[in-house]
Design a protein around this ligand. Structure first.
Ligand code: FAD
Length: 501
């Protein structure tokens, strides 16, 4: 059953009992809910956001950001540069607003977890979980025509330079490439959690409590006993309260909130809310001779991994014109002339496999983060921008626009060489984003290394688990949803074993 605002008894404590209470319905929570419900356990999923579907999407980013993105997308980290770190607040969590790109966890990353944090997982043992997730969310390779012209242009430039531009895999069914992935897929093609895992879970004994925010987990000794929640209406007013009693409690609120909920609930660990890694990203925009119509096609179509050893992944990103246009340089007539040529604009992204770390602070109502990019990561980001500029140049770009304040426009090879030689200051790259926060409740072999064990169980508790991006010990160098979903499937299997004892 799905509880919407009208289903709660107002001004009254709604009491639920279940085998498992899962807090959060995103990549981690939705998977755990289905896996446990499907084998016969009763599940209550608590989700702060509403349940939105294609009928709620109008393809206009600024409308859907208000309903699907936490704080309408205005979540940033403190530091220089400040970095926008958006997350989803709706059923499906951030999967509902993501770009549907799918990568398995790189094997060498899992090996590092074992070596550095005594995480008891190896790539081989994760393979069946990857396969299960990929089947359920239909990971597939789309034809170049659906991937759009930006991908084709970057491939042309990459080919000319002897680089390898490859199509990304996406979790979609019948995707025609409408390009609205991050604002609610208007085609209903993206197999995000609210389209795939949540409906599957609801076929079994699952109650989904929407608009319901977990405020605190209560303990009896080491045993997590119940979750105290409040129901909020669209105006943010508290209209009811709920208590969920469960044998097992799974926290899946995402990397930015789970550590705060754990802290508020009394969990103490020196790694809690630390080691935030985010994959800082930026973009390069190019003015082409040819017509591009970059908004046609999936917004993240292709990638180039020739520079992964330097910590650089080049991945497509063409965001909606209403957002991308705002990042074009110039004012007045100059800006107007450029926007008139918008159909000739191509864009692509740069993602850094970060070595910097940040922290989370504040409270659950207002989560803050502090993340200062170290000089190595700043230079890596700059190098990625220079490589991408080179690729656009090889593809025949007339002008290239970078987010670097000292190199706003690149129009010749000489500019690219100068950019490559430049030592970049933090303050010279104001336009940085991050979409993959990870690590703030990291897995480890013991409580000296991490907050949870290799099955997501919180140290020094009997039955509190974490199954979301926060347990991923380090950044991955690739997009994380498949990693989070595979780990959550594995955690659910372990919980089922515990319940059966
Ligand atoms: C714009 C964008 C594009 C992205 N593109 C990709 C991509 O192409 N490929 C990829 O692999 N990854 C992508 N990601 C990242 C990926 O979607 C996330 O890493 C992943 O969804 C995180 O999963 P999670 O379970 O940790 O958290 P989430 O999916 O964020 O789920 C957490 C859920 O918990 C809920 N919640 C939080 N606090 C509470 C509370 N107190 N009570 C109740 N509910 C609560 C939230 O509302 C949310 O629904 C993208 C992210 C963004 C922002």
């Amino acid at each position: 059953m799905i509880y919407t605002l009208k289903d709660y008894k107002k001004n009254y404590k709604n009491i639920f009992d279940a085998d498992v209470c899962i807090i959060g319905s995103g990549a981690g929570g939705a998977v755990a809910a289905y896996e446990l419900a499907a084998i016969g356990y009763s599940v209550v999923v608590v989700e702060e956001g509403g349940y939105l579907t294609t009928k709620d999407y109008d393809g206009k980013p600024l409308n859907n950001m208000k309903t699907m993105w936490r704080q309408a997308g205005s979540t940033i980290s403190f530091g220089i540069p400040p970095i926008s770190i958006p997350t989803g607040k709706c059923v499906g969590g951030t999967t509902a607003i993501n770009s549907a790109t799918c990568f398995r966890t790189p094997e060498h990353i899992i090996t590092q977890w074992k070596k550095n944090f005594k995480v008891d997982i190896d790539y081989k043992s994760l393979e069946p979980y990857f396969e299960r997730v990929e089947n359920i969310i239909n990971v597939t390779e789309l034809p170049w025509d659906v991937l759009g012209n930006c991908a084709k242009i970057v491939k042309r430039g990459a080919d000319a330079l002897g680089l390898h531009c490859k199509p990304l895999k996406h979790n979609v069914k019948n995707c025609k490439g409408c390009g609205t992935c991050q604002f609610g897929c208007v085609e209903g093609a993206k197999q995000s959690a609210e389209v795939s895992y949540i409906p599957l879970a609801l076929q079994y004994n699952t109650s989904l409590l929407t608009h319901c925010r977990a405020e605190k987990i209560h303990f009896k000794g080491m045993k997590a006993d119940s979750v105290e929640c409040k129901v909020y209406n669209e105006k943010g007013e508290s209209v009811a309260s709920c208590t969920i009693k469960a044998k097992i409690i799974v926290c899946a609120c995402g990397t930015m909130i789970t550590p705060l909920l754990l802290k508020k609930s009394g969990i103490k660990n020196k790694h809690l809310a630390k080691h935030l890694q985010i994959h800082p990203c930026s973009r390069v925009v190019a003015l082409m001779e040819e017509e591009v119509n970059g908004w046609v096609g999936v917004s993240q179509g292709a990638y180039i991994d020739d520079y992964v050893d330097e910590g650089i992944m080049l991945e497509g990103i063409f965001v909606h014109p209403s957002i991308l246009a705002a990042s074009l340089p110039g004012v007045g007539r100059e800006f107007f002339e450029l926007t008139k040529q918008f159909s000739h604009i191509a864009a692509f992204g740069v993602m850094v496999h970060d070595t910097s770390e940040g922290i989370i602070f504040g409270n659950m109502h207002t989560s803050f983060s502090w993340y200062m990019m170290n000089t190595k990561d700043i230079q890596t980001l700059k190098n990625g921008i220079a490589y991408l500029a080179q690729i656009f140049m090889a593809a025949g770009a007339k002008k290239i626009f970078t987010p670097i304040s000292t190199f706003p426009v690149i129009s010749c090879q000489d500019d690219i060489e100068k950019l490559k030689q430049t030592y970049l200051m933090r303050s010279q790259i104001p336009e940085v984003f991050a979409f993959h926060p990870l690590g703030t409740c990291r897995m480890g072999g013991d409580s000296d290394c991490g907050v949870v064990n290799s099955y997501g169980k919180c140290f020094n508790t009997d039955n509190l688990y974490v199954a979301d991006g926060s347990i991923v010990p380090t950044s991955l160098g690739v997009n994380p949803q498949i990693t989070i979903m595979a780990l959550s499937t594995r955690i659910a299997g372990h919980i089922a074993e515990q319940l059966s004892k």
